[in-house]
Design a protein around this ligand. Structure first.
Ligand SMILES: C[S@@+](CC[C@H](N)C(=O)[O-])C[C@H]1O[C@@H](n2cnc3c(N)ncnc32)[C@H](O)[C@@H]1O
Length: 139
């Protein structure tokens, strides 16, 4: 119990539409990780799994607009489909094979927003700049 108390100290859990939560906490230093329900067309036909709240294609399009307007850094997970390819064409996509339902393998994707990409690049540069003098000292 102590572990959970410590782990959740400072954590706020909200039960609201994603767009409301994003707008409430959005700022340039915010990292917004979004794991929405799947686009209807990416669902496996035999799947019996669905969420209490599903999203239509129009909901996904509205979410995409919210994510593009966000000032924060966005990481979005899901399955590729033509609409996501179009909406997030300027974002870096990372594909990984993962276990899905019924022990089937599927390619899952992460989309990284340009501002997140830029921050990652800068942080890597800073880390490398800090490590290089240490490397020289060791060698
Ligand atoms: C792919 S699941 C996320 C699973 C979660 N990342 C986890 O590991 O447990 C998508 C979730 O989004 C919720 N959801 C659906 N529409 C939503 C909305 N408009 N705003 C916020 N959450 C929503 C669904 O109820 C579902 O729990």
């Amino acid at each position: 119990m102590e572990y959970f108390r410590e782990r959740l100290a400072g954590v706020t859990i909200e039960c609201k539409p994603a767009a409301d939560v994003i707008q409430r906490y959005d700022e340039p230093d915010a990292l917004i990780y979004v794991d929405p329900p799947y686009m209807p067309e990416t669902r496996i036909a035999s799947s019996t799994i669905s969420y209490r709240c599903e999203m239509t294609e129009a909901d996904h399009e509205a979410l995409a607009r919210t994510l593009h307007e966000a000032e924060g850094m966005v990481v979005l997970s899901g399955y590729r489909c033509p609409a996501y390819d179009e909406w997030f064409s300027t974002w870096r996509r990372i594909d990984r094979e993962a276990w899905a339902e019924r022990a089937a393998k599927r390619i899952e994707s992460l989309w990284i927003s340009p501002s997140c990409e830029e921050r990652l690049r800068r942080e890597t540069e800073i880390q490398e700049a800090n490590i290089m003098p240490l490397m020289r000292a060791v060698n």
